[in-house]
Design a protein around this ligand. Sequence first.
Ligand code: ATP
Length: 137
Amino acid sequence: IERTFSIIKPDAVGRNLVGDIYHRFENAGLQIIAAKMLHLSREQAEGFYAEHQGKPFYDPLIKFMTSGPIMVQVLEGEDAIRRHREVIGATDPLKAQAGTIRADYASSVQQNAVHGSDSTTSAEREIAYFFTGEEIC
Ligand code: ATP
């Protein structure tokens, strides 16, 4: 059993897609074991995306991620990291497989509806960035 970290980004929250996206996670065998709504500060967003600092898309990404509320959640299940990324689809919606969240809802590489951890190391870091141990059921 594995845990991963997930974000429903401001574009998807703003379009009332939270329920649909949670349904897709649950149908894929991913259990939501912690969740909350946040409106990220600039500092929180910069810390989360520190690895992208200096890239051309960094400033617009911070602006986008602080533009409205997001949902953050911890998902648990067998092979959760890979399974979550499968449900999400490729970063670029034009490359995402049909039926994935990004193929259905992303409007661009930046406004791509969701985030999912890409490794156990990043899952651990990202979960700890947003949740205390007590908040995870
Ligand atoms: P995530 O980490 O959000 O699941 P990812 O691992 O598919 O996405 P990363 O390369 O870590 O993608 O990029 C983080 C986020 O930065 C992307 O989800 C996207 O919103 C934005 N981003 C990445 N590359 C670009 C780009 N070339 N142009 C605009 N935005 C980008």
